[in-house]
Design a protein around this ligand. Structure first.
Ligand SMILES: Nc1ncnc2c1ncn2[C@@H]1O[C@H](COP(=O)(O)OP(=O)(O)O)[C@@H](O)[C@H]1O
Ligand SMILES: O=c1ccn([C@@H]2O[C@H](COP(=O)(O)OP(=O)(O)O)[C@@H](O)[C@H]2O)c(=O)[nH]1
Length: 235
């Protein structure tokens, strides 16, 4: 096994599956099963989950919601997803703990690094909800931050594309995939797969990123075993 402790970022948007909104339970259970399979291997798993299936601060602005409040709504959306994922994991007999960046007991415990590390060392999956706790950030940046804090070996960005391309592959069919790419090249090419704040934090703290397709069952275990799927971002 290549990675002992990982930070897995799950896209909120992917959680809605084909239904176009909310939480698709089939997709949720598929994710939980993939996570259970790596926990069984002894991998310590921290998870940051997005909220785009429910609310995004930026899109709220176009409907008249103030950005600050919209971002708070987005962060609460990530908590809803975190609770759903913890419930799906517990159904599979995987112990999961939700730690929130905004104080809201008893929904989840207030996040601290020692709390997260202790739970990881006990073998519990730690779901880090509410992003960074601050508006004007994204859950990608929340993932970099938490990945660095929990001293993860790698940040795995599980998404619906199978890696980083020369352009958005959902818009440009001629886009070509990278097997590996440097943080600087992501920046210079203006690739939009992750926000630049997140990429820069990973670069400055030497946290490698792997972008991979989480919607194909079995991919997560392949990545943690070091199979070369997805795109590795490094210094
Ligand atoms: N250069 C690129 N390579 C790969 N994906 C890209 C690129 N540019 C934009 N994307 C988009 O980024 C998305 C992945 O980011 P993610 O955060 O999981 O999605 P979302 O923000 O919708 O939740 C992909 O679905 C893809 O459409
Ligand atoms: O640290 C954070 C993380 C998230 N958000 C808000 O929560 C929303 C949902 O997160 P994101 O868009 O990253 O989710 P995903 O793209 O993974 O579905 C964002 O649009 C922001 O409005 C925020 O304000 N601060």
């Amino acid at each position: 096994m290549t990675y002992k402790r990982i930070l897995l970022k799950l896209s909120g948007e992917s959680l809605m599956g084909a239904q176009g909104h909310g939480i698709d339970t089939g997709r949720l259970n598929e994710y939980a099963t993939q996570i259970r399979d790596i926990v069984k291997l002894g991998v310590q798993v921290g998870i940051v989950i997005g909220g785009g299936n429910i609310f995004r601060g930026l899109s709220g602005m176009s409907k008249g919601v103030d950005r600050y409040k919209g971002d708070q709504m987005g962060m609460l959306a990530t908590v809803i997803n975190a609770l759903a994922l913890s419930s799906a994991l517990e159904d599979l007999d995987v112990k999961a703990r939700v730690l929130t960046a905004i104080r809201m007991e008893p929904v989840g415990e207030f996040y601290s690094k020692p709390k997260a590390i202790e739970a990881l060392e006990r073998g519990e999956v730690v779901i880090l909800a509410a992003g960074t706790g601050n508006p004007y950030f994204t859950t990608d940046t929340g993932s970099s931050l938490r990945g660095i804090e929990i001293e993860a070996d790698v940040m795995l960005k599980g998404t619906r594309v199978d890696g980083i391309y020369t352009a958005d592959p959902e818009k440009d069919p001629s886009a070509v995939k990278f097997d590996t790419i440097t943080y600087d090249e992501v920046y210079h090419r203006g690739l939009k797969v992750m926000d630049l704040t997140a990429t820069t934090m990973c670069k400055e703290n030497n946290l490698p990123i792997i972008v991979f397709d989480m919607d194909t069952p079995g991919n997560l275990i392949k990545v943690v075993k070091g199979e070369k799927i997805g795109t590795l971002v490094h210094n």
